[in-house]
Design a protein around this ligand. Structure first.
Ligand SMILES: [Fe+2]
Ligand SMILES: [Fe+2]
Length: 182
């Protein structure tokens, strides 16, 4: 069975394993953002909630992008377990701190995909990985900028802070053709 699977795909086992790990990571990221969205929503931060809901959808689309890729390449995917993320936050700032920490973790794993695909001369997977490299520039930037803005807006009403955070995506830079990333 295993040999047959190997013949069906040009993905080497290590690369496929790393891609499956990334499917799980993106799935968990989606759940984390959903938890932040609901926390913001029930605490009246409607604009920030909207951002986190859309971010949750985006992470799911990342999971699907990798899952589809592995299947299109003839590989085997593992649909990940849903883990319960942190439900309670002390502040909106904490949401973005957790977000930044999580995005840095994601970036490191994306780099593993690129490194492993280069090692295996797997240029198709390298291309997939490079799309995510660009995407991560945006993701890290937004979380970092949000924390910065919360600190700069210190003293403003929470309504003003929430409204500004609702537009945080527009603050993201466009490094090389990141426009094609989501
Ligand atoms: Fe992602
Ligand atoms: Fe994004």
């Amino acid at each position: 069975m295993k040999n047959l699977m190997r013949m069906r795909t040009s993905l080497v086992e290590e690369v496929q394993n790393i891609l499956n790990a990334q499917v799980e990571i993106e799935g968990n990221a989606s759940q984390k953002y959903l938890a932040m969205a609901t926390w913001c929503d029930r605490n009246g931060y409607k604009s920030s909630a909207k951002y986190f809901y859309s971010q949750s959808e985006e992470e799911r689309s990342h999971m699907m992008r990798i899952l589809r890729y592995v299947l299109d390449m003839g590989g085997t995917v593992v649909t990940p377990e849903v883990k319960m993320p942190k439900q309670d936050y002390t502040s909106i700032r904490e949401c973005f701190e957790v977000s930044l920490e999580s995005e840095i973790f994601v970036t490191k794993n994306i780099n593993k995909i690129v490194a492993a695909s280069r090692e295996a001369n797997d240029f198709a997977t390298e291309q997939l990985g490079l799309w995510f490299v660009k995407e991560q520039i945006e993701e890290e930037y937004i979380a970092r900028r949000a924390i910065e803005m919360i600190d700069l807006l210190d003293g403003e009403s929470m309504f003003v802070i929430d409204t500004e955070l609702g537009n945080i995506r527009a603050q993201a830079p466009a490094p090389f053709d990141a426009a094609e990333a989501e």
